[in-house]
Design a protein around this ligand. Structure first.
Ligand SMILES: [Zn+2]
Ligand SMILES: [Zn+2]
Length: 162
């Protein structure tokens, strides 16, 4: 992991702004998340978390579907914003995924960006790795943290064991 500084930090700020805009459209009742995938200065895929097809009939956010507390690799109920962003990029131009960067952010109900904790979603980390996304970027306590996707995947597996 490395923290972005200078020009790269400014650019990341812009992409997190875009990811936050996407996150504000989230339809999940538990968390509002957004992801944008960037390659060569443009967004190649984006997604927010929501029930499948954005259809409330498929909603599983409610308590009767609550997953066990220690089931940490997928404890939201909806399609993850990262899955959506990857699928979007695959539909638009799959060749661009290789070497791209994924920016993920969560917003409050009021739409304010929230800092992320440690990576733990091994579904997203494996899908990102399989899709050849080069790096994952989170807004953490220390700043904008960039993880090579293989490291992100390893950390996610380590963190779900804790
Ligand atoms: Zn949900
Ligand atoms: Zn995930």
């Amino acid at each position: 992991m490395k923290l972005l500084t200078g020009q790269e930090e400014q650019e990341a700020n812009k992409w997190f702004g875009e990811a936050a805009q996407v996150a504000r459209r989230a339809l999940c009742l538990r968390a509002k998340c957004g992801a944008v995938i960037v390659k060569d200065g443009e967004i190649i895929g984006e997604g927010y978390n929501a029930p499948p097809q954005d259809n409330p009939e498929f909603r599983t956010c409610l308590n009767e579907y609550e997953l066990p507390k220690n089931y940490r690799h997928d404890h939201t109920c909806c399609m993850h914003s990262e899955w959506r962003a990857i699928l979007d990029a695959k539909e638009r131009n799959p060749a661009k995924l290789k070497g791209s960067r994924l920016y993920f952010v969560r917003v409050t109900d009021a739409g304010e960006c929230k800092r992320s904790g440690k990576p733990y979603c091994t579904v997203c980390s494996r899908l990102a790795l399989d899709s050849r996304i080069a790096e994952f970027v989170l807004w953490q306590e220390e700043g904008f943290a960039v993880f090579p996707t293989d490291e992100y995947n390893q950390l996610s597996f380590q963190n779900i064991k804790e």
